[in-house]
Ligand binder design. Structure first.
Ligand SMILES: *Cc1c(COP(=O)(O)O)cnc(C)c1O
Length: 367
């Protein structure tokens, strides 16, 4: 991690310690109030719980340090993605989405945006670098793609989308702002599910939108106010708490993922393993340039659905769960959600377990 990132983390850990008044709590307070004292005086910033809440503001200040950009908090990753898409699109406009990206974003496009008159086009992530973006208003990009882990050049894509008059929204969930900085690479907007590594404990859903484009962020903020997609104070507090340890968790998770990926790939029962940190992986060259770490997700195939399920069931240190980025290692067969992958394809999210213990459990479960 470079010095700038290290400074951001240190600043983040102290973003309240120097600003609270004597006698006030250092920890972010949970303020749950539907309404605020509102005498008829001009300039009140807090009026009603749908327009602003102190606990969101504390979290948004922390997220803004992490992103180095203004952030708006949402009650889930999908609420954040919806906000960015509804803020950036209208009938007759074109949206380009990854056909191998997070499946819920694709369904939002086909079931809601398309019927409202948005021209929704899906292309595979690896084709983004050469795709024709003529007429595209919004290009949603996910790199590494989830679950295939293809990595593409954000700066090159942003330049081509901008030349065509569109904006680039990057779903940065798999990386977090500590491992990849799309805004610094030329993307216009970042959306993320803080449900995953940032909150990090499988106990809350959350999301945010980040952008340095003030007009766009004004629309995102207005979308939250009008759609009513507002986070709860307790959920915001949990995310704020989780983010304080994000860097140390990522260090363990990425380090272990590298070890597990190298060993798993050498295992005779494992096929087509993908991890951007392996020098002969197709994603490696761009990942090395563009990412500050290779992440904690590994994709691989076992012989078939039965063998893959056996492995997941038999391994005591793999939670059988969807989602990723938590303290515990988890894994699942992605075909069950309609991803276009082999029936024996497993997406593994490496957690905080000491790596030798985790590896020993995996080897035994592979049989
Ligand atoms: C989980 C996820 C989301 C959605 O987040 P929720 O908090 O579940 O709404 C969006 N994008 C990616 C890449 C994800 O993994």
């Amino acid at each position: 991690m470079d010095l700038d990132a290290q400074k951001r983390i240190a600043t983040l850990l102290h973003h309240r310690t120097k600003s609270v008044a004597p006698g006030e709590p250092l920890a972010l307070e949970i303020t749950s109030s539907a309404t605020f004292h509102t005498p008829d005086v001009p300039g009140l910033s807090r009026i009603y719980g749908r327009t602003g809440m102190p606990t969101w503001e504390g979290l948004e200040a922390q997220l803004a340090i992490l992103e180095d950009a203004p952030c708006v908090a949402f009650p889930s990753g999908m609420a954040a993605i919806s906000a960015a898409l509804f803020a950036g699109l209208q009938a007759g406009r074109k949206l380009v989405l990854p056909s191998d990206g997070y499946y819920v974003s694709r369904i939002l496009g086909s079931d809601f945006l398309a019927p409202f008159g948005v021209d929704v086009v899906e292309i595979p992530t690896r084709d983004f670098e050469t795709a024709d973006f003529t007429g595209a208003s919004v290009v949603l990009l996910e790199t590494p793609s989830n679950p295939g882990l293809d990595v593409v050049d954000i700066a090159a894509i942003a330049a081509r989308v901008h030349a065509a008059g569109g904006i680039v929204v990057v779903d940065n969930t798999t990386m977090t702002p500590l491992l990849q900085r799309p805004l610094d690479l030329g993307a216009d907007v970042v959306v993320a599910a803080d449900t995953k590594a940032p909150a990090g404990h499988s106990d809350v859903l959350f999301g945010h939108v980040a952008s340095r484009n003030a007009d766009f962020m004004a629309r995102v903020l207005n979308w939250r106010r009008l759609s009513g997609a507002v986070p709860g104070a307790f959920e915001a507090w949990l995310v704020h708490r989780g983010i304080e340890t994000l860097e140390v968790r990522l260090e363990r998770m990425c380090g272990s993922a590298q070890v597990i990926a190298e060993r798993l790939r050498a295992h005779p029962k494992v096929r087509n393993l993908r991890y951007p940190g392996l020098p002969d992986d197709p994603s490696y060259a761009v990942a090395r340039r563009q990412m500050a770490g290779f992440g904690f997700l590994i994709g691989f195939e076992l012989q078939d659905a039965f063998v893959a399920e056996e492995f997941l069931t038999r391994c005591p240190l793999i939670a059988q769960a969807t989602s990723f980025g938590s303290t515990h290692t988890s894994g699942e067969r992605r075909i069950r959600w309609g991803d276009k992958v082999h029936p024996g394809f497993i997406r593994l999210s490496v957690g905080l377990e000491p790596v030798e213990v985790l590896w020993a459990a995996m080897v035994e479960a592979l049989g």
